[in-house]
Design a protein around this ligand. Structure first.
Ligand SMILES: [Cu+2]
Length: 327
């Protein structure tokens, strides 16, 4: 299905993955590793300096997923900074994305992502036997080599028969560049970038939460209603002096309120901004808005075989056509 988005220098996929169910704590526990991760400090975000790990597994329990905690430990049991991680993703081959005919991204964790836990009134249906794929891109940006790193991902769930039944949510990923058969990264010219991508919402639903994924110097992702020009939601990062993301806010809209209503057939626009004070083009930019959507009617969700694409343009410009953005 999707073309690989990054080509890593090294393949670490021979390391084992174990999957177990901790039914007392209502957690599916994935343990991957060990991995030896030499320091790549000073090599920026060059994908050729990354190491990739991919494993397939079957989802083991009938569940409503609520969130996760990720813990990295080295061979001596010491906690390891998430700065050795570029991203960790779980894709579900048994369901497609809302906007693209690609497999669902159940979760995506970047180095900037904090642990996420939804209240037990909300859950993502995960059927036992669903075909999952774990993908980790390692990129140790710390100055030290770390040996024997084990990643433990605990995915919390509510049992599928919990009463009252939780509100059903599915992930909705809006990507500035993702498309079949092309890379989902782009170049940020000196001075920065403001780029947009429009889509027509395929279903009615309420957004209950949202966060973003960007690379160094990523400033904001926002969603606008094209017909009214109004900003539906906006997420702004906190950057340090060398452009690393120190905080990527996670916003929840469905806890106190009823969420943000999105309408089927309506036109929306993703707007992403990057800074780039380096004086050089920055390769390998990414901008995703990752949300959880409570669809009004789950049966309207596009079926796995449905090839419809909801985007109406290609999004981020290819290198050279970018619109510089002043600040
Ligand atoms: Cu990325």
């Amino acid at each position: 299905m999707a073309a690989p988005t990054l080509v890593a220098q090294e393949d670490l996929s021979s390391a084992p993955l174990t999957v177990r169910v901790d039914s007392a704590r209502h957690e599916v526990v994935l343990t991957a590793g060990p991995f030896d991760l030499p320091s790549m400090a000073g090599h920026g975000h060059d994908p050729s300096m990354m190491a990739e790990y991919t494993q397939r597994f079957e989802w083991p329990v009938e569940a409503m997923g609520r969130g996760f905690t990720l813990e990295l430990r080295d061979a001596s049991g010491q906690k390891v900074s998430q700065r050795v991680l570029h991203h960790l993703q779980i894709a579900n081959n048994s369901r497609r994305q809302l906007l693209l005919p690609l497999r669902e991204r159940v979760m995506a964790i970047g180095r900037e992502t904090r642990n996420i836990m939804l209240p037990n009134t909300i859950g993502m249906p995960l059927a036992r036997g669903s075909r999952m794929r774990l993908n980790i891109m390692w990129h140790n940006e710390t100055p030290r080599d770390v040996q024997g790193v084990t990643a433990t991902l605990r995915i919390r769930y509510s049992p599928a028969n919990l009463l009252p039944a939780p509100t059903t949510v599915l992930p909705m990923s809006i990507d500035l560049a993702d498309a079949q058969g092309k890379t989902n990264t782009f170049t940020i010219p000196p001075g920065g970038l403001r780029a947009t991508r429009e889509f027509i919402m395929p279903v009615d639903g309420r957004l209950l939460g949202a966060s973003g994924h960007m690379h160094d110097w990523g400033q904001s992702v926002a969603l606008e209603d094209v017909s009214t020009g109004k900003t539906v939601l906006s997420i702004t990062t906190t950057l340090d002096s060398v452009g690393r993301i120190r905080n990527m806010p996670v916003k929840l809209y469905g806890i106190a309120g009823r969420g943000i209503r999105l309408h089927a057939g309506r036109h929306y626009r993703l707007v992403a901004t990057y800074l780039n004070p380096t004086g050089e083009p920055l390769e390998g930019g990414m901008a995703h808005l990752n949300a959880i959507l409570a669809p009004s009617d789950l049966r309207q969700w596009p079926a796995l075989a449905d090839q419809a694409v909801a985007y109406v343009d290609d999004g981020a410009p290819a290198a050279g056509e970018a619109t510089p953005h002043s600040h």
